[in-house]
Design a protein around this ligand. Structure first.
Ligand SMILES: [Zn+2]
Length: 70
């Protein structure tokens, strides 16, 4: 049986501890930045990503101004 324990103040890094037959693994808590992206697709067939959802977006391929619909 394995159990993950999150250790907040980790000076020693990852180490293992054994108690009564249960293997406990301590892990450092990392940080992940989540980013939401919108996948655009123009009528010309060019797909690309935008970080914000706008009403009007210019296609990087054909440079046409497009109305964005979800
Ligand atoms: Zn286009």
């Amino acid at each position: 049986m394995k159990e993950d324990v999150v250790k907040m103040d980790s000076q020693q890094g990852t180490r293992k501890r054994y108690q009564t037959g249960i293997e406990v693994q301590e892990q450092e808590l990392g940080q992940i930045t989540a980013q939401r992206m919108y996948r655009m697709r123009c009528e010309c067939g060019r797909p690309w990503f935008e970080l914000e959802l706008k009403r009007l977006v210019e296609c990087p391929a054909c440079h046409r101004l497009n109305l964005v619909s979800l």
